[in-house]
Each structure stands twice: as structure tokens, then as C-alpha cells.
Write a protein that binds this ligand. Sequence first.
Ligand code: NDP
Ligand code: HSE
Length: 358
Amino acid sequence: MNVGILGCGTIGGGVLKLIDDLPASRNIKVLKVFDLPSKKEMLGDRFAESIDEVCQNPEIDVVIEAMGGDKFPYECIVKALKNKKSVVTSNKETVSLHIDEFYALAKENGVSFMCEASVGGGIPLICSLIDSIKVNDVDRIYGIINGTTNFVLTKMEKEGLSMEDALNEAKRLGFAEFDATADIEGLDMTRKICILSSIAYGGYVPYSEIYHYGISKVTKEIFEDLKAKGFTLKFVAESRRTGEKSARVSVEPVAVTKDNPLSAVNYEFNSVYLNCSSNDLLGFYGKGAGRFPTATAMVSDVRRIMENAGTYYYENSGNFEVDNFLSSEKYYVYKDGKSEIVNGVKDVSSYDFVARIF
Ligand code: NDP
Ligand code: HSE
């Protein structure tokens, strides 16, 4: 199977290395790699001057998109699918906005659209979710699905680092988004919970309607105060189906006690749980960011296509109405050095920091 790669950075470069080096990839060949001209020397003959050398190349079967962003990757993915190339992407930004169109185009053109690496890094999560919904109703998804922020919170809590230093280390290790505000303010997890919920419920859970509250206001004092109350802080996404076409979905910091398994998920690890009608609770754990875990998920997608296991097509049965948990759950609220636990929060901006009691 011949592939072309768009974007040869942390993840795309990892995919290239895995395919070139791994015995398990011996039936896969990278023919062309598109990136900025600065990578031309490194890529030699395989450097593609334009996306058409990848997306319209008659010798290429699968296009691997690992550039990031929305507009340009969106155009590339659409072009590839229309040219009857299967697509593998790690780009949750564009998938969360165009999931309906990508799957529809793949189906129309008889090819595959695969986005395993877009959620949970190296965890085989989306393929497991797809397997699960074939025999179960999944009505709740929750967990830690951002490696950067879990890394930052762990470094702050366990090693006493400042948020700035911890985030700089996450950037250096290649975990963070191009604009790390997307990690810190929860946009990245919002994109991911949108993708998981839409696939799980068979209807689009609009990204733009999901409540998100970031961790930028977390301080050492807040960690100490929570600890004194028996909690630790985690940054979590949760989606609960509440009706035929409705769900409560949020991305927010949560206070968890030590007996909650999420309290033991540290550094760039992610952990996700699915509530299934027959299978009960399914849990997943693994590295949610980083070069080789994520690249592994992409190469696995290519293998699934090779083995004809990439034929799932999500279809939107109708958009969901989305609510959040602010009025219905208990919250830890912090203001001017004092904190309390309240039933529901009307206005998050009236506090210095809020976290849901999980
Ligand atoms: P990088 O910035 O490391 O890599 C992106 C690559 O694409 C760079 O080489 C960049 O070039 C190139 N590129 C971007 N836009 C263009 C363009 N318009 N034309 C040509 N080349 C372009 O990002 P990552 O590898 O970290 O992330 C890639 C994708 O994978 C993103 O969607 C990200 O959200 C996702 N992802 C990342 C994970 C991680 O742990 N890093 C994990 C899971 C998903 P240059 O550097 O010169 O700008
Ligand atoms: N920035 C993302 C994270 C990359 O830290 O989880 C993986 O999607």
C-alpha cells in the first residue's frame, strides 16, 4: 500500500519513521511527503512541492494528514477523498468541524476516513468505540483526553513547577498544540469530546455549543486548598446522553477524591471511560500525546485500511442539543483565598476559579 504524508512535524515525522523502520510496516511505502520548503533537503526525492503530488497522485492509496489547523487541511482532505484516496488524520480541529462531510465523502467515493489519532493519542479508542456501538448503546463518555494539561497539572501538583514552566516542558516534548491556548483553555478536549460523542450517539454534537472552562487560573494555593479538602484536580471532558437528541457535555476542571481512578492518571497519560448498555463500563488508558504513541495510532489506521477493516461510516442522524452541568451538579468555588462547595453555579465569572465535584 502506498501512502503520502501531509505535514512532517512531530507526528507526521513519527509516522514516516515508523513506516520506514518497522517490520510490521513492510507492506506500506511512503511515496511523497508534503511540507514547507525548509524540509526539502531532509526529505530528498520524496519531498512533494504541492499537495496535488500527494492528493492527486495515481500511485498513492492513502493520504495521511498531520499538519494541524482547519482551512488548509480541510481542503486537502476533501481533495484526497474526492480523488478516491483513503484518509488518515490526527487533526481533531478539522474533524470536529467537518466530521459529517468527511465520512459522507469517504462513503460516496468508496474509500475510508480514519481519525483514530485525533482522540487519545496512542490509545485504540475510536476503533473500540466503533466496535462498542455495533452491539451497545453508549450513553456516557468521560475522562482525561488532553496530554498537555494533564502533564501540566501533574508537574504543578507533584513537582511544584509553575504553570508556565510545566507548559514549556510540554511544548518541548511535542505534546502541545501549535497554539497551546487550545490545550489550556479546553478547546482541544472540546474538539475531542465532540468527535467521540458524535460517533457514540450517531448524531452531531456541535463543537461550538460545548461548555468549556480552562485551567489557566489554577494556582499552587488552589491545589493546596483542594488537597486539604481531600481532593486532587483533574481536567476532564464528559458527555452524557440525556435524550433522543440531547446531551450534557462539558470540558472543565474537576475535583476528584483519591479513590477515583482518574486521580491516578498522571503526566501525558489519558484515561477514558465508556458507559455501555451491555458491556457496562469500559476503560482505556495510555499516552494521549507525543510522537510515537500518536504515530502508532495513524499507522494502525493504515493497516486497518489494508486489511479492509476501515469501512465504518459515521452518519449524522440529526444535530444534538447540548446543555452543561453547571446548574445540576456540585461545584468547588474559590474566591479571594476562600473556598466552598455549592450546589450549582450561576455565573462562573464571579469566582476566581471553579471546579466540578466529580
Ligand atoms: P507540528 O507543528 O509538529 O507538525 C506539523 C507539520 O506540518 C510541520 O512540519 C509544519 O511545518 C507542517 N505544516 C503545517 N501547515 C503547513 C502548510 N500549510 N504547508 C506545509 N506544511 C505545513 O504539529 P504536530 O505534528 O504536533 O501535530 C500535527 C497534527 O496532529 C495536529 O492536528 C495536532 O493537533 C495532531 N496531534 C498532535 C499530537 C501531539 O502529541 N503532538 C497528538 C495527537 C494529535 P512547520 O513546522 O515548518 O510550520
Ligand atoms: N495537544 C494534544 C494533547 C495533542 O496534549 O492532548 C494530542 O491530541
